[in-house]
Write a protein that binds this ligand. Structure first.
Ligand SMILES: Nc1nc2c(ncn2[C@@H]2O[C@H](COP(=O)(O)OP(=O)(O)OP(=O)(O)O)[C@@H](O)[C@H]2O)c(=O)[nH]1
Length: 400
């Protein structure tokens, strides 16, 4: 199957078999309706019934139908369609696309032939989008190889190769790396959030809690950032908004003690996921390390193998600075995943690839806007679509 076909299936959430089946079902239903029409007309012949009983029946049917529609709507709201998630990536990456893709488009339009000069210009564009030196070099080698292998003379089809290689470079043969490590039903999952202040950590915790609640999980929050003024109240507000309990102590208290309390409360109340906030003081790596070590110790003493995730929140708009922060946290603790906030606020969305390549830590979530459902699990195919959406829409419709 071609890359574009696979991509389309992923973006729309339908496999080609499902698409064919769906079309067949629709066709059959239409035919059936045509055939059944006369029978229905005959069946519709009303039996004589008391007008009041008829009215009650109609009312009941309308009520039932309304309820069914409402339930379906609520279900849909809880579980967005694959295509609506794809659109979130498209909107969230608009800034990056505006600068980065227009340059790539311009390049493809100017060059008829894929030659060394074309590669050099593309290299420059990718570097400007913060994709990172090593990733760009790797991509260039792969592109050169593919272009030679396919004996490509013109730029037709170059999008497909660029997109395919970007996804491959991100995945590195490991699919599903963005999934959260949630424990089986009935067991408590502990997620620890780390990251410097101001990156959007608290907002992200709130959004993640909302997401997990929508999946039917019982969620609790631990206000472990006892250092930043207002952090506890901010988390409390999110707790109320999302509808989950927040365990807290007063400002300045020991974060490990707050988390200890929270674990015990979570166990007692049959919570599925406990999300712990922490303060991100970076001025002294030794102190940061000591604080996180203590928190880790407390958690794993209460629940072996926990925390199940240590998520580092990074602000995408800070570019290379985010990479430096990540390096420090990586040295201080065992970070299992990155949450890249404010991806919608940067024109240099290539940072996702640089993070993956430089740190070898998967990006588990990306922030694509300020709304509560704008935190999305990172998906390399949707990301690549977001980068090239305008051009890909044309190419994907050609594939039909
Ligand atoms: N556009 C956009 N804004 C975001 C995103 N994530 C967070 N924000 C905004 O960033 C601002 C700061 O987020 P907060 O969660 O309040 O972060 P903070 O309180 O400064 O600091 P920490 O919680 O310590 O990180 C808020 O206005 C958030 O709405 C995102 O993905 N996109």
């Amino acid at each position: 199957m071609s890359f574009f076909k696979r991509l389309k299936e992923k973006l729309t959430g339908k496999t080609s078999e499902e698409q064919i089946q769906q079309e067949t079902i629709e066709e059959t239903t239409e035919e059936k309706e045509e055939v059944e029409q006369p029978i229905a007309d005959v069946a519709a012949e009303p039996e004589q019934e008391h007008p009041l009983a008829q009215a009650e029946q109609v009312e009941e049917t309308v009520e039932e139908e309304t309820k069914a529609v409402e339930e379906e709507q609520a279900e849909k709201e809880k579980k967005p369609s694959a295509w609506s998630i794809t659109q979130k990536f498209k909107m969230g990456l608009a800034k990056t696309r505006d600068t980065f893709t227009s340059k790539v488009n311009d390049l493809i339009a100017r060059y008829r032939k894929v030659d060394e000069e074309f590669f050099e210009e593309l290299e420059e564009i990718l570097l400007q989008a913060d994709v990172g030196f090593e990733t760009v070099m790797e991509l260039m080698d792969e592109l050169r190889f593919e272009v030679q292998r396919k004996n490509m003379n013109d730029t037709e089809g170059i999008y497909e190769i660029i997109c395919e290689k970007l996804v491959e470079i991100y995945e590195k043969g490991e699919e599903g790396i963005s999934e959260l490590n949630l424990q089986p039903e009935g067991e408590l999952t502990v997620i620890l959030f780390v990251g410097v202040n101001g990156v959007g950590k608290t907002t992200t915790i709130g959004k993640l809690a909302h997401r997990l609640k929508n999946q039917g999980k019982k969620v609790m929050l631990a206000a472990g950032d006892t250092f930043r003024a207002g952090a506890i109240e901010q988390l409390q507000i999110w707790g109320e908004r999302v509808g989950c309990e927040v365990i807290k102590q007063s400002e300045g208290s020991d974060p490990a003690a707050v988390i200890y309390d929270a674990i015990n409360a979570a166990k007692k109340r049959g919570v599925d996921v406990l999300i712990c906030d922490t303060a991100g003081r970076l001025q002294n790596k030794v102190n940061l390390m000591k604080e996180l070590e203590k928190i880790h110790r407390v958690i794993s003493r209460e629940i072996p193998n926990a925390p199940h995730e240590v998520l580092l929140a990074l602000d995408a708009t800070t570019g290379q600075n985010a990479l430096i922060q990540a390096q420090t946290f990586k040295e201080a603790t065992n970070v299992t995943g990155i949450v890249l906030t404010k991806l919608d606020g940067t024109a240099k969305g290539g940072i996702v690839l640089a993070i993956r390549n430089k740190l070898n830590i998967p990006v588990k979530f990306v922030g694509l806007g300020e709304k509560i459902d704008d935190l999305q699990p990172f998906d390399p195919e949707r990301y690549v679509y977001g980068l090239f959406a305008d051009s890909l829409d044309k190419e994907l419709s050609k594939e039909e």
